[in-house]
Design a protein around this ligand. Structure first.
Ligand code: PYL
Length: 271
């Protein structure tokens, strides 16, 4: 997982309203609605939850320490869905104590290795990587008009790729997976036996137009792989597309730094 820096997230909060609208214009669903689709939300309208449930974000000082703006950005992303959220005054254990004393429903905490959301009532734990994969796969499904019987090239078989594969296989896609570490691709196929392992991904990218980039690699998707019908889901940074792909892919790309993954975590933790 690439560790974010403060300037990776500095522009997110002030663009949230615009980003949520652009998501609706592109996919016909808001961030919250894409997330609900991703986690197979079966609890009807979430208005009741908005009224009653409070969300806390607890800054964590371990490892590389607090990322300036991270907790506040998570709070703002959660609030764009209508939920009330706050960043605890204290970090670490004191922050956890503060959250529990305020009887919050969901607690978001992140150290250098894991970012999770905990449901204090039903003990649900939502992992950011897995849910980012599911949220982005749901977005690819919506952007493509439905993944059933479609082939998707999944590059990267880590936690994000596993989350993506869980959604895509459940929605009838044929998933071709490549990972530079074959044993990670084999682990993913053990979880989803219908997945096919690729020994290289270049020809698969040339012959298929649905791509999921679940790697932290730069410049692995070149413009010769992109056609007018290519659709790409590429969560997080760095973005795996070469710069000269952008004029060709245009808005047939789903990409953000944190937003869709955080909202999908929220609805997974609430579900
Ligand atoms: C969750 C992001 C997505 C990509 N990389 C992950 C990352 O940078 N994780 C580290 C988050 C550390 C947060 C810090 C704080 O401010 O509470 N402990």
């Amino acid at each position: 997982m690439t560790l974010l820096k403060s300037n990776d997230i500095s522009g997110i909060s002030e663009n949230l309203y615009k980003y949520n609208k652009s998501m609706f214009n592109k996919l016909g669903k808001s961030l919250a609605e894409v997330a609900m689709y991703a986690v197979n939300w079966e609890k009807g309208s979430y208005e009741d939850y908005i009224k009653n449930d409070l969300i806390a974000i607890v800054p964590i000082t371990s490892g590389n320490g607090i990322i300036d703006g991270f907790s506040e950005t998570i709070k703002n992303i959660i609030e764009i869905t209508g939920f009330k959220a706050f960043v605890t005054d204290n970090s670490d254990v004191q922050g956890l104590e503060e959250a529990y004393k305020r009887r919050v429903k969901i607690i978001f905490i992140a150290d250098d290795d894991k970012f999770i959301a905990i449901n204090t009532c039903n003990y649900n734990i939502a992992d950011n990587s897995f849910n980012t994969g599911r949220g982005y796969a749901a977005a690819l499904d919506l952007m493509s008009g439905g993944l059933r019987d479609r082939t998707v090239v999944l590059i990267g078989a880590g936690s994000v790729g596993i989350g993506a594969a869980s959604f895509m296989t459940a929605h009838g896609a044929k998933v071709l997976v490549y990972d530079i570490l074959r044993q990670k691709a084999e682990r993913l196929r053990d979880l989803f036996p219908e997945v096919e392992i690729l020994t290289e991904f270049h020809s698969a990218l040339k012959n298929n137009n649905l791509i999921f980039d679940a790697t932290p690699a730069k410049n692995i998707i070149m413009k010769e792989y992109i056609s007018e019908s290519t659709l790409i889901s590429a969560p997080g940074i760095p973005l795996g597309l070469e710069k000269d792909c952008m004029p060709i892919i245009k808005d047939r790309l789903i990409h953000d730094v944190l937003e869709l993954g955080v909202v999908t975590m929220l609805f997974h933790a609430l579900s």
